[in-house]
Ligand binder design. Structure first.
Ligand code: ADP
Ligand code: MG
Length: 233
């Protein structure tokens, strides 16, 4: 029996990037429970982003199983996987993937178009987008600005609002604080933790900054959960 509070499980997952000097990743076992906040630490090039891509289903494991909310994501078609990801996972990546010519509001509301359950949790999505921006310390009136006109740190906070809106059960964040100053970083993390406490959201965040460790329920080191290989050139 799987644990009903389990949100993520990787079992004997392997992945090899194609190419002559291919990088291989093997994760024997990793599970995350509902409402856990987990920091994933590891050297640059140790496969952290690869692991997040496997969890998001943007790449598919060569063998083994990746289950999100007790669903084996390899069993979904590509289209089903896109909808499943939009519903279950709020994503905050290093490269923001904002639509630069669209307004901040439209960027934040975008995932709701593909995730009816997230949409239906909100009585007033625009008001929720405004609240998230306010809580993230973005200036009043930012909602109508073009996303591409904001500073890098402001854009990163818009991606956080876009990830949090509609309370997806899992937030995946890949080095989200690297472009933020210390005080903005603290506000940013506090909002992620507040959502986790209020809605039982699980947070899996990658960083190379071990100083953040004490703020998380659990700290995982890439070297402890994964074996990596590198093929001959
Ligand atoms: P980290 O996020 O820990 O810095 P990555 O998962 O980004 O590590 O990268 C691990 C290794 O996987 C890299 O050294 C690179 O060789 C390989 N890799 C990452 N992305 C790709 C890609 N899109 N195509 C081919 N190889 C890749
Ligand atoms: Mg990375």
């Amino acid at each position: 029996m799987t644990d009903p509070t389990e949100i993520l499980r990787l079992e004997d997952v392997t992945y090899n990037w194609p190419g002559s000097a291919s990088f291989g990743l093997h994760v024997p076992n990793l599970t995350l429970a509902q409402s856990e906040t987990v920091l994933l630490l590891g050297e640059s090039g140790s496969g952290k982003s690869t692991l997040l891509s496997l969890i998001c289903g943007t790449i598919i494991a060569g063998s083994g199983r990746v289950s999100v909310a007790r669903t084996d994501i390899a069993k979904l078609s590509a289209g089903q996987r896109d909808r499943f990801r939009a519903e279950q996972i709020g994503l905050i990546f290093q490269q923001f993937n904002l639509l630069p010519f669209a307004s901040v509001q439209d960027n934040i509301l975008l995932p709701l178009r593909f995730a009816p359950e997230r949409h239906n949790r909100l009585s007033d999505p625009k008001q929720e987008a405004t609240r998230l921006c306010h809580d993230l310390g973005l200036p009043d009136g930012v909602m109508s600005s073009k996303a591409g006109n904001l500073s890098v740190g402001q854009q990163q906070r818009v991606t956080a609002a876009r990830a949090l809106i509609g309370m997806p059960p899992l937030i995946i964040a890949d080095e989200p604080t690297s472009s933020l100053d210390a005080s903005t970083q603290a506000t940013f993390l506090e909002l992620l933790f507040a959502q986790s406490r209020a809605h039982g959201t699980t947070l899996l965040m990658v960083s190379h900054d071990a100083r953040l460790s004490s703020q998380f329920d659990r700290v995982i080191h890439m070297a402890d959960i994964a074996r990596t290989t590198r093929g001959a050139t």
